[in-house]
Ligand binder design. Structure first.
Ligand code: BTN
Length: 326
């Protein structure tokens, strides 16, 4: 990051932290150690990038609106993370950000590289399903991680990611997201977001993991494919508000960095507690489907290692790969 860019990041951070309050040009110039005319020039540059900044004499500046135009710059400016999103690859259109992420790793992408697209033409879901990713309507993002954990623990990263999404969406929108096992985010009984984890590993070592997140943000009902309307929704549909995608991504990344670092340091036990706080239908009778069979049982929550706990014929079963339905 060059000096100009880091000054601008800091400027946005100061304005963003002040929220509705004005910060005087003098105050900004002192905090940033630049002249007042340099502050003014930065403001003009920010406006070019789509920030709506109000400048009032004797009061100062404040941000009225953040840009809704996605770019690596608008995402990084004001992004308060240490390692996540220090490299952001932004594509206006791409088949899949997962594909871009795998390619980026071949070209030495570092831990914490983030890939974002406005639109995906071949968005991938779990189980070889496709994922609708219309232009500018949602968050289509992949995160490259190089975790030093054994490969068998990788599914915990997916559960961790689900808790991060649920917590961020709850804070950001005041809606009440639920996590449907293992990692779909539901709001008002319909799917709003999904997570796809792909891993490259050797016997006992993960080379890298790509966490793909798809979040339906600003679709209207008629923009949800007709065959999915009974099952899928968006934040806008459920809240009757549209949401700033750049801001939401920044919130996710900040929470992701924090939660991931705590997980690497402390293990899965705190993640389990948060997962169960948001877990959907815990304590209820659900249909459990594995590769081989399907039965009705009670969903008991998750085990210390993240496995699904259910009942089957009166006994407790621990499952590592299953779907639940109701
Ligand atoms: C699912 O619920 O089935 C998972 C959906 C994951 C979709 C995201 S969008 C960003 C990333 N790129 C993809 O092609 N898929 C994931």
């Amino acid at each position: 990051m060059d000096k100009l860019e880091s000054t601008r990041n800091r400027l946005i951070e100061l304005l963003a932290n002040a929220k509705e309050q004005y910060i005087s040009g003098q105050n900004l110039s002192e905090k940033l150690n630049i002249s007042r005319s340099a502050v003014w020039k930065h403001m003009k540059e920010l406006e070019k990038d789509g920030y709506n900044i109000e400048g009032v004499s004797k009061k100062g500046y404040r941000i009225l609106e953040y840009p809704d135009k996605l770019s690596a710059n608008t995402l990084q400016w004001g992004l308060n993370t240490k390692w996540l999103g220090k490299t952001i690859i932004h594509k206006s259109v791409t088949p899949s950000t997962q594909q871009v992420a795998h390619q980026a790793v071949q070209e030495d992408a570092v831990h914490g590289t983030v890939i974002i697209a406005d639109e995906q033409t071949k968005g991938k879901g779990r189980m070889n399903r496709s994922w609708h990713s219309a232009k500018g309507k949602g968050i289509w993002m992949s995160i490259v991680l190089k975790p030093e954990i054994p490969p068998h623990l990788a599914p915990q990263l997916t559960l961790l990611s689900a808790t991060i999404l649920a917590e961020t969406l709850a804070e950001f929108t005041a809606l009440e997201p639920k996590i449907k096992w293992p990692n779909d985010i539901f709001i008002h009984n319909k799917k709003t977001a999904g997570i796809l984890t792909e891993m490259q590993a050797e016997q006992d070592q993960i080379q890298y993991v790509v966490i793909g997140m798809g979040i339906n943000v600003n679709q209207d009902v008629d923009e949800i494919p007709e065959d999915l309307r009974g099952k899928a929704t968006s934040l806008q549909i459920e809240s009757t508000n549209s949401w700033n995608i750049t801001e939401l991504i920044q919130h996710i990344l900040v929470k992701f960095e924090d939660a991931y670092s705590k997980y690497i340091e402390n293990g899965f036990s705190d993640v389990k507690v948060i997962w169960e706080r948001y877990g959907y239908k815990i304590g209820e009778i659900v249909t459990i489907k594995t590769m081989r069979e399907s039965w009705k049982g009670k969903f008991l929550g998750i085990a210390e290692d993240g496995a699904l706990l259910t009942t089957k014929d009166g006994e407790i079963k621990k499952l590592y790969s299953a779907e639940i339905e109701w």
